[in-house]
Design a protein. Sequence first.
Length: 380
Amino acid sequence: MSASVFSLEGKGLKLDTRADLEPWLTGLDPTKIEEIHFGGNTIGVDASLALAELLQKATNLKVADFADIFTGRLISEIPLALTAICDALKDKTSLVELNLSDNAFGGRSVEPMVPFLTHNRAFQVLKLNNNGLGPAGGVVLANALLASARLSKAEGRASNLRTVICGRNRLEDGSAPAWAAAFAAHGTLREVRMPQNGIRMDGVAALARGLAQCPHLRHIDLQDNTFTAGGAVAGLEAWAAALRAWPELTTLNVADCVLSQGAGEVPLVVAALAGGSNAKLHTLQLQNNNLEAETFLALASGIEKMPGLMRLELQDNDGVEDDENVEALALHLKRRGGKLVATDEEEEEEEEDEAEAADAEEKDALDELTDRLGKVGIRG
């Protein structure tokens, strides 16, 4: 392991006390640490205090990965442990990324993160996936990010925030306006992923309006939220209008988003894309959206206006397996060197091929190493 990386990832350690952690810290020079990875262990309050002392001395720390570190902990322990860690990072100007994903602390334990999110304006990447935040917890964190953006503006500085990943958190419509305001205030985002949050039409529309103030966006993932239902089209209209605000967009995941309610409808979002709204779009994920033949025709007719498109995913839409326009799309993408995925079987085959290729690459590397070692002689 490099001296710049301190990792206990996946060791399954139960670190309750300072004494439990200290053997793992022996011989470490905190000033050389640039990355720390603690995922897959469980840490208590006293051990967190010892960890916080290490973090305070890590003057060059860039990546702080504390995903999945509270398994089995009491709800009374988590805020204290989280406070120790976040407070130690609050003034860390070298920090680029903080990952607190897969910690089910819920909305009751978000307050310890607020001072960090508000006052540390150096970090660029925030990962909060699968934390059980709920709408109330989401509002608290979004408001902290909004306060941070306003402080940066007051100081005459642009925000450093580039990536926000906050999926599987039950954010719902209740927190969407707060997130939209935070995104708009930062305006510097390149990547936003908020899948599986139970956000419906009004919340989706609010997010579109907020993200429209981020002209450098390249990657958006809203999978498994709801764009339309019961004839309401506000979400679709807002996203169709916002697409042209993102000329650098390369990846758009709106799978499982109820883009269409059927009956020959071409969703406004798809119509905008097929009309050339995002020429640099590389990957478009439209699975399970009640799409029908008319939508496939629109995509096939507009493929030349999507010159950057190399991957299109259409699984679980009506009649996709036998549609002639889907076949035409597949052929066109293949000529570009791209790929269309129309069935789950194709996706599974692709994953198997990738796994086989990785295994073959690993075997080749091992064979090369074995061959090199076989040529090494020992002279007496």
